[in-house]
Write a protein that binds this ligand. Structure first.
Ligand code: SF4
Length: 319
């Protein structure tokens, strides 16, 4: 069956209709995607976006502000906007450039529904905007082990800082969810490791979790085995020999994926989470109404209020 798609009036410039690369395993609801930045200074070893654009620091999209303002009247407000899907909206550069903050200040007062997806604890800075608009935030935490996180996600804030950001957002009424995504065999798939993340995020107010196993693109797999040479043989066997290539990724063998996901599900449900998976083909295990957490987005602002002013631009001109 064809996926429903948001209607677009005319051509979009910087917003795009979310298209998960044609993956038949994607269960996301129809939505838009907005990336204020190209590249990502979090430099996660496992990043899939580098297969398209290489390893590059976060750089503002050229003409981002003008292009977003041009796109607004062309968007169908019934569909939410993910910020962001192929780069992080809160890299370290955002502290100075405030581009994501500016985008929120344009979108939220107009009633657009926004789902922020990030590893950046800087998201808590924008709690004033997020708590007044139709916004929810999902924060990725793959491990609570600070040292391991620093190896996997060298440019991202330590896990505790991300949990503190969740706490702050939740305290101010912003719905928060956890992305335990991805889970790495032999590194973070131990139930104790998953429990530690799930408990920390639950205590910080997360009530939804989406999990996935590490799906490898060739460059991501190479970076992982270079950083963890002790895993090289096992990863090559699991992904390249016993796993299978699907929709642009090597997947782990299904019995292993199922074991990891079912462990995570058991833990999550025992802590009272709504549970979903991301592109695993295991949607029958979901208890959450959506797999991306968009059901968390409240409906606080009902109608466009076009007279509201955006934040003044900050930082250097975009490149
Ligand atoms: S935060 Fe996301 S976009 Fe940025 S490097 Fe990590 S996986 Fe890639």
């Amino acid at each position: 069956m064809e996926r429903p798609r948001p209607r677009v009036r005319g051509r979009l410039s910087v917003v795009s209709v979310f298209d998960p690369w044609g993956s038949p395993l994607c269960t996301c609801p129809p939505k838009y995607s907005l990336n204020p930045y190209t590249g990502c200074s979090h430099f996660c070893l496992y990043c899939y976006a580098t297969a398209y654009i290489g390893v590059r620091p976060s750089t503002p999209k050229r003409g981002f502000r003008e292009r977003l303002l041009r796109d607004l009247p062309r968007l169908d407000p019934r569909f939410h906007i993910d910020v962001s899907t192929s780069s992080d909206p809160y890299p370290p550069e955002e502290e100075r450039l405030r581009l994501t903050r500016w985008a929120l200040s344009v979108l939220l007062p107009r009633g657009f529904r926004v789902l922020v997806i990030t590893k950046g604890s800087l998201v808590a800075r924008d709690v004033d905007l997020l708590s007044r608009g139709n916004a929810a935030v999902t924060i990725t935490v793959t491990t609570m082990d600070r040292g391991l996180a620093a190896r996997l996600e060298p440019g991202a804030p330590p896990p505790r800082e991300r949990i503190r950001a969740m706490e702050r957002l939740n305290a101010e009424g912003v719905p928060v969810g956890l992305r335990l995504d991805p889970i790495f065999p032999f590194l973070t798939d131990d139930p104790d490791s998953m429990r530690e993340v799930l408990e920390a995020a639950r205590s910080a107010g997360a009530r939804f979790v989406v999990v996935s196993t590490f799906k490898a693109r060739p460059d991501g797999l190479r970076r992982m085995v270079e950083a963890f040479p002790e895993l090289e043989e096992r990863y090559r066997r699991l992904y390249r020999v016993e796993g299978r290539w699907q929709s642009g990724y090597w997947y782990l063998p299904l019995p292993l994926r199922r074991r990891i996901i079912e462990d995570a599900r058991r833990l999550a449900l025992s802590l009272g989470y709504e549970f979903a998976t991301c592109r695993e083909g295991l949607a029958h295990l979901h208890t959450a109404p959506t797999c991306d957490g968009s059901h968390l987005i409240p409906r606080r602002v009902q109608s466009p209020r076009l007279s509201l002013k955006a934040e003044p631009p900050h930082g250097k001109p975009e490149t």
